[in-house]
Design a protein around this ligand. Structure first.
Ligand code: ATP
Ligand code: MG
Length: 762
């Protein structure tokens, strides 16, 4: 191989270069975070194109998010020195699977314009099926069934393939039957859910070898990023596409089990229900031709989607599944400084089920990973806000700052803090808190109370929940308002005194006017938080979501609670709404220099100079739910999530925990995450919160050893607010704002065990 080559190859290390240039046969790049796996994939595409081995439309390249696909295209353009046009098969499993399904929709009893259902729709549909079958939705929630069906689809199982034992867990054995009727309903509605986008492809490929062959011929190269997070269905799909096309006569339909619900397909005679592993073997046997040029990259230590059916097994079995595979390991991490890498490696070393690999950096040690304790989550947000401002003052870009949370409800506190500080931010992977539909609705109610002339707000909620006040009514109110130059609300007040509206609509509208008048009167005598709760309840808005059975209704109700809670921080309704208008006003332009806020799960593959990791507390992280549901395996997955979080950082990684956190409105006392205990002391520095404290000081934590967590737990058993009060009193009595932690037991004694920078005052 020539040592000089095209420009895009320069700078790659020998192993990376090997992975780029080995174009023929299966290749697995199994390597840790930041070793250049994604960069290798992108360079490999550039290499294929510039060597003329394939045209853009002949390369199938799977990324984990749409954003990652755009990014890859952009980098590709930079490498080749020209924009890359026409890479139609560069995208996520869903987008590519959907594209294939649309082309052959009629083979799945769909039309090519079929709708893709979201979780909402999916649950609503299942609810109808349960009703039709007289199954009690309370005892057997539609959402649970949706989860089961998704799980089966992730494992590549059609209704007839679901093992009877598993189908039995729902509604006394009706699970499998319901899955079948659900599939039937989807066809009637000309709809598919996300799982179908791959499952139907797989079915079409198996039933129609000629079609499969077309795709096998088309895709000269297949590349997959984040292979450790593929599920069985994705694996089967890849496996089918990655076989070299056989001669037409030699390839018979791959035997499969056919859904009972499908009258057009021949039904198989034997009734053995094969779980997905036999399925896998069947496909392997039937498609035992030579494997084509498939290159997968991944890291078993970053497998974080087990709860969604990902099988880390896929990566462990690669050389078995793709015989003759070349496995390439990359060991040099180009992303993080020494301390960060050491901390991340040490943490993940506590997992048992792993292949184990070396990661080294030639970078400097850099700054130690910091761990900071705060009194509560508010102080945590304040402290992080201050640190970010400091980073900004040093001339660094906000684009290089990320906050990675375990649970999305943690975001609200940061969003509020940033607005107060005037720090631009963006939320990756979801809407910002105050932009969520239910929050906007609730705010609209409050705005109309605050200002009867707020026409936009009035129009938004006049018929939410539904009151029979449709577009015609609103149009009429508009006419009226325009003519008399009055707000919509006043127009409504006038109109209900006339007979311009039908009696029913008039009655509804009158109720709305009366309600708002009443709430406005109440405002004078009721705390604004109470008023908000009253308005949400009396308007029927809360009930609307309580009755809604869609998957995210519960989340919306939680958000509404969080909204009411967030109002506590303001003196009155006016102050709160002013704050909100500032939040909403913020320009969220994509090019803006802004802090990124996201969950650890959405942070996969990304990197930032500065990474903040708040909420490292037992119960939140590791998540209690994961521990309850998955035990040891769940704990290991949470630990991998921590590893992913730390390895996102280039230069600074900062971990936080709070002693008190309000979860869904209730204060809980928390103890530091066991993961803190698993960090290597040599690479970690305990620092104090810069957030200023209502608590007697964070010095106690700074001085403490995390491996004494049991003691932590038992020392802090009084409710948070009581302790807050006690500490405040103590602080005053002692005449000191900090280090007044009489309730912290024997932690001060251990001060010498940890290097602690305890100089910064509140
Ligand atoms: P993750 O597992 O987190 O997805 P990864 O293995 O995909 O990480 P990349 O994102 O491809 O790693 O690379 C990490 C960083 O290192 C990127 O900024 C990339 O540009 C840089 N990098 C990779 N290889 C080299 C190299 N040979 N020389 C210089 N920088 C490199
Ligand atoms: Mg990557």
């Amino acid at each position: 191989r020539a040592s000089v080559g095209p420009k895009y190859l320069t700078g790659l290390n020998p192993e990376q270069r090997d992975a780029v240039e080995t174009l023929d046969g299966p290749v697995l790049v199994l390597a840790g975070a930041g070793t250049g796996k994604t960069r290798v994939l992108t360079t490999r595409i550039a290499h294929i194109l510039s060597q003329g081995r394939a045209r853009p439309a002949e390369i199938l390249s799977v990324t984990f998010t749409n954003k990652a696909a755009r990014e890859m295209k952009h980098r590709l353009g930079q490498m080749l020195g020209q924009a890359v046009e026409g890479m139609p098969w560069l995208g996520t499993f869903h987008s590519i699977g959907g594209r294939i399904l649309r082309t052959h929709a009629e083979l799945a009893q769909l039309k090519s314009n079929f709708t893709v259902l979201d979780t909402d729709d999916q649950v609503r549909l299942l609810k109808q099926l349960l009703q039709a079958d007289n199954i009690d939705d309370k005892r057997w929630p539609a959402r649970m069934l949706a989860g089961l069906i998704d799980g089966w689809k992730n494992r590549g199982l059609t209704p007839s393939q679901v093992p009877p034992g598993e189908a039995a867990v729902f509604a006394n054995g009706k699970g499998g039957k319901l899955y079948a009727s659900y599939q039937e309903r989807l066809k009637i509605l000309n709809a598919a859910d996300f799982g179908d986008l791959l499952l139907e492809d797989i079915r079409i490929f198996r039933e129609h070898p000629d079609i499969l062959r077309q795709y096998q011929q088309r895709f000269k190269f297949i590349l997959v990023d984040e292979y450790q997070d593929t599920n069985v269905a994705q694996y089967l799909w890849l496996r089918l596409l990655s076989q070299a096309p056989s001669k037409p006569a030699a390839q018979a339909a791959i035997p499969e089990r056919v859904e009972d619900s499908n009258p057009d397909s021949p039904s198989e005679s034997d009734n053995t229900h094969r779980p997905e592993m036999t399925e896998r073997a069947a496909i392997a046997a039937a498609s035992a031709g030579p494997t084509k040029n498939i290159c997968c990259v991944g890291d078993d230590d970053q497998s974080i989607y087990g709860w969604r059916g990902a099988e880390v097994d896929n990566i462990l079995r690669f050389d078995h599944d793709f015989p003759g595979a070349k496995v390439i390991r990359l060991e040099r991490n180009y992303r993080s400084t020494g301390h960060i890498l050491a901390a991340a490696s040490h943490l993940i070393a506590h997992n048992e089920g792993r292949l184990g690999k070396t990661l080294r950096t030639e970078d400097q040690d850099g700054e130690k990973v910091t761990v900071t304790g705060s009194w509560d989550s508010e102080e945590e947000a304040r402290g992080i806000g201050e640190e970010i401002e400091q980073i900004q003052r040093q001339g660094e870009k906000l684009n290089e700052v990320a906050i990675l949370v375990r649970a999305s409800y943690q975001m609200r506190e940061f969003e509020d803090r940033f607005v107060t500080l005037g720090l631009p931010y963006r939320v990756i992977g979801g809407p910002r808190f105050y932009e969520r539909a239910e929050i906007r609705d609730a705010l609209a109610y409050l705005r109309v109370i605050n200002s009867p002339a707020d026409d936009l707000a009035f129009e938004r909620i006049v018929n939410v929940p539904k009151r029979g006040l449709g577009d015609a009514t609103v149009q009429m109110l508009h006419d009226h308002a325009r003519k008399r130059r009055i707000p919509l609300f006043e127009a409504a007040r006038a109109v209900v005194e006339t007979d311009e509206l039908k009696p029913k609509a008039r009655g509804s509208l009158r109720d709305v006017v009366t309600q708002f008048d009443r709430w406005r009167a109440q405002r004078e005598v009721t705390a604004h938080t109470d008023l908000a709760q009253i308005v949400l309840d009396e308007s029927g808005y809360t009930e609307m979501w309580q009755k809604d059975r869609s998957a995210d209704a519960a989340g919306r109700l939680e958000n509404l609670k969080e909204l009411v809670r967030s109002m506590e921080e303001f003196e009155n309704l006016q102050g709160f709404l002013e704050h909100i208008s500032l939040v909403m006003d913020r320009d969220s332009g994509a090019d803006e220099d802004a802090v990124s806020l996201m969950t650890l799960h959405s942070a996969k593959g990304l990197e930032f100079d500065n990474v903040f990791l708040p909420g490292w507390e037992e119960g939140l992280f590791p998540s209690q739910r994961t521990l309850d549901e998955q035990g040891r395996a769940g704990l290991e997955e949470e630990r991998r999530l921590g590893h992913v979080g730390l390895t996102r950082a280039r230069r600074r990684a900062k971990i936080y925990f709070a002693t008190n956190r309000r979860i869904h409105g209730t204060w809980s006392t928390t103890i530091p995450s066991r993961f803190l205990d698993e960090l290597p002391a040599a690479n970690v520095e305990i620092t104090e919160s810069k957030g200023g404290s209502a608590w007697g000081g964070t010095g106690g934590y700074g001085a403490s050893r995390f491996d004494d967590m049991e003691a932590f737990g038992s020392t802090y058993s009084t409710p948070g607010w009581q302790r807050a009060q006690a500490n405040r009193n103590r602080g005053q009595a002692n005449g000191q704002g900090r280090n007044g932690g009489g309730g912290r037991g024997g932690f001060e004694e251990e001060a010498s065990n940890f290097s602690s920078t305890s100089s910064s005052g509140p």
